[in-house]
Design a protein. Structure first.
Length: 144
C-alpha cells in the first residue's frame, strides 16, 4: 500500500499555482501539467480551498494561493487532501487468530510502532514548506 497520489498531486497543484505568476491557473492548465483529467484537479482544488490553502472564485478561471508559500507546509497539504485518517496510516489486519500466541498479541505489539512511525513522518512534513518545494524546482529549472 502507499499514500494516495492525491498528496503529490496536491503539492503539484500548489507549486504550479505559485510558479505560474504570469498565467491563469485553471483546472485545465493544471490538469495538463499533472497529465490527468480536469475533473480530478477540480475535486482536489475543492479540498485545498476548503483547507484555506487556495482561493478560487466561481465563474472566474484560475486559482491563487490563500497564504504565502512559506506558511504552507506539506503537512497542511497532507491533511487537506484526506490522505489518511488520524492514526490510520498503517492498517492492522483484522481478526487474527486469538488462539495463536502471535495472533493474540501482534496488534498490541505493532500498533505503537506504527503510530510512532506515522508521527515521525508527519513531523517531517510539518518542517517542509511549499516555499522549499518551489525553490527546489526553480533551482532545477535554472540548471537546464
Amino acid at each position: 500500500m502507499s499514500i494516495s497520489s492525491r498528496f503529490s498531486v496536491g503539492i503539484h497543484i500548489l507549486t504550479l499555482i505559485e510558479l505560474n505568476t504570469d498565467g491563469v491557473s485553471s483546472s485545465e492548465f493544471i490538469a495538463s501539467s499533472v497529465n490527468t483529467n480536469p475533473a480530478v484537479i477540480r475535486k482536489l482544488m475543492g479540498m485545498l480551498k476548503k483547507a484555506n490553502l487556495i482561493v478560487v472564485q466561481p465563474g472566474i478561471a484560475g486559482a491563487k494561493l490563500a497564504k504565502k508559500p512559506s506558511e504552507i507546509t506539506l503537512f497542511d497539504v497532507y491533511k487537506a487532501v484526506n490522505v489518511v485518517q488520524e492514526k490510520e496510516l498503517f492498517s492492522l489486519h483484522e481478526h487474527p487468530n486469538p488462539k495463536c500466541t502471535v495472533g493474540k498479541n501482534i496488534q498490541n505489539t505493532i500498533e505503537p510502532i506504527f503510530l510512532t512511525a506515522q508521527n515521525a513522518m508527519e513531523q517531517v512534513l510539518k518542517g517542509v514548506t511549499l516555499e522549499a518545494v518551489v525553490k527546489d524546482i526553480s533551482l532545477k529549472e535554472s540548471l537546464i
